[in-house]
Design a protein around this ligand. Structure first.
Ligand SMILES: [Zn+2]
Length: 88
């Protein structure tokens, strides 16, 4: 799990996601399934009451606190959905 502070920390992961093009499946708002080398991983995007955003993925890299491309792929969908909710 990592704390999302800005888009900068996602640059490498986004580049990788563009290359790998994982499948992102919507489960519910804030919860997504992203295809990886060993099947699907679950990515949870949260914002706590203090406004701190955290992203958790079930892959090995994310366990070590790395920003994985699954998280980046899920976040791009999540951010789009969050924007839609705000403008709805
Ligand atoms: Zn991951």
């Amino acid at each position: 799990m990592f704390i999302l502070k800005g888009i900068d920390q996602l640059t490498n992961a986004i580049a990788k996601a563009k290359k790998v093009r994982p499948r992102v499946e919507f489960d519910r708002f804030g919860r997504y399934r992203v295809s990886g080398s060993k099947g699907f991983y679950t990515v949870i995007c949260r914002k706590d009451e203090r406004g701190i955003k955290t992203v958790a993925c079930t892959c090995k890299g994310a366990e070590k606190g790395l920003v994985c491309y699954h998280s980046a792929a899920a976040l791009s969908l999540h951010i789009g959905l969050a924007r839609q909710q705000q403008t709805a």
